[in-house]
Write a protein that binds this ligand. Structure first.
Ligand code: DAH
Length: 341
């Protein structure tokens, strides 16, 4: 018995392992490493050799045994993986086939779609998205926003108070500004979309639940020009590049100066129609420069930082965009209406 033979045996085994499948690999294992396997036989026959040969042949044979064993294990792993892969491919569902599905295809509610569309415009302008709670305290909903206990501005937001009047359903998304500023230091560019609630009788333009998207930017050197640029960009991306925009002076407690923004009626191009109530313009949002008292409420240095804020009425812009004349349609779940979106 010489070394060449063992090398030949290993070579031959390697070739067989290469072509093996999961069944034949077991036979190969028995053939070379089994009780009566080729290499086992060699080891058994060592007693016939001189001590020197015993050592030499024994060590090469043991190495060959280990090598073949490793190769077999590796091959087994590869074969098992391939088998699993094949099984998964076979069991993969073909979603393009016309299998039986007993439910009609759904779609997102038009308000959710609008929130997604508006959010993606602001995301492209570098804003991130935050959420605020729908149950607030008076401090977040009013006081931190510079609306004190007996200020007449509270009258315009009829509020649902909860047990003990300590908590309330937020009347606007503006408290989201406070939550964000409490958690973060400037620079801030964020929008806060969500539901708001007011204790109002419903009619074609009022409902006790609706949606707003709050916007807030705070940094050094922010001016009204930044506010105008961002809102104009949003309006042109949402309503079309040539639509007219008008900033009208207004009043909000939490901004100074404040403004309301009108968009030229997209249906009559400003000539006057029933959508714009013959005015040629439709109001879509309120905005302004963040009032220093609001910055102080969250312990920001109001000498160092300035900012702007805005609040978009989601139902309002959606009604305008699609020429919908009754806000209640959004909440009635009538599929004849919802299927159009
Ligand atoms: N919170 C106001 C409302 O519900 C809307 C609003 C106006 C939000 C001006 C703002 C703003 O952030 O700057 O009527």
């Amino acid at each position: 018995m010489n070394n060449i033979n063992i090398e030949e045996i290993v070579k031959e085994a390697t070739l067989q392992i290469k072509d093996a499948n999961l069944e034949s690999i077991e036979n190969i294992k028995v053939k070379y490493l089994g009780k009566n396997g080729i290499l086992t036989q060699i080891l058994k026959s060592l007693s016939n050799y001189s001590i020197e040969d015993k050592k030499r042949i024994g060590s090469i044979t043991n190495k060959a045994k280990n090598d073949i064993e490793n190769e077999i294990e590796l091959k087994k792993e590869t074969l098992k993986k391939a088998m699993l892969e094949e099984k998964m491919q076979k069991e993969k569902l073909d979603y393009s086939s016309n299998f039986y599905f007993p439910f009609p295809k759904g779609s997102f509610h038009p308000i959710i779609q609008a929130i997604e569309d508006i959010s993606s415009v602001f995301k492209s302008l570098g804003f991130s998205i935050a959420q605020g709670p729908e149950i607030e305290t008076e401090w977040y909903n009013f006081e931190a926003l510079n609306i004190s206990g007996n200020h007449p501005a509270r009258d315009t937001q009829d509020t649902f108070y909860l047990d003990g009047a300590k908590e309330l359903l937020r009347t606007h998304t503006s408290p989201g500004q406070i939550h964000v500023m409490e958690k973060q230091k400037p620079p801030i560019r964020v929008i806060v979309p969500g539901k708001v609630y007011r204790n109002e009788a419903s009619d074609a333009t009022h409902f006790s639940t609706f949606h707003q998207i709050e916007g807030l930017a705070v940094d050094e050197n922010i001016t009204f020009v930044d506010l105008k640029a961002v809102l104009s960009d949003f309006i042109h991306k949402f309503f079309g590049p040539s639509v007219g925009i008008r900033f009208r002076p207004s009043h909000f407690q939490f901004t100074e100066p404040s403004s309301e923004v009108d968009v030229q009626c997209i249906f009559c191009k400003g000539k006057g129609c029933n959508v714009c109530k013959n005015s040629g313009w439709v109001e879509i949002l309120g905005c302004g420069m963040v009032h220093p008292n609001v910055l102080k409420a969250v312990n920001y240095d109001s000498e160092k930082y300035t900012g702007y804020a805005f609040g978009i009425g989601v139902e309002r812009v959606t009604m305008f965009k699609h020429g919908i004349d009754d806000i209640r349609l959004f909440f009635e779940n009538d599929l004849r209406f919802l299927k159009q979106f």
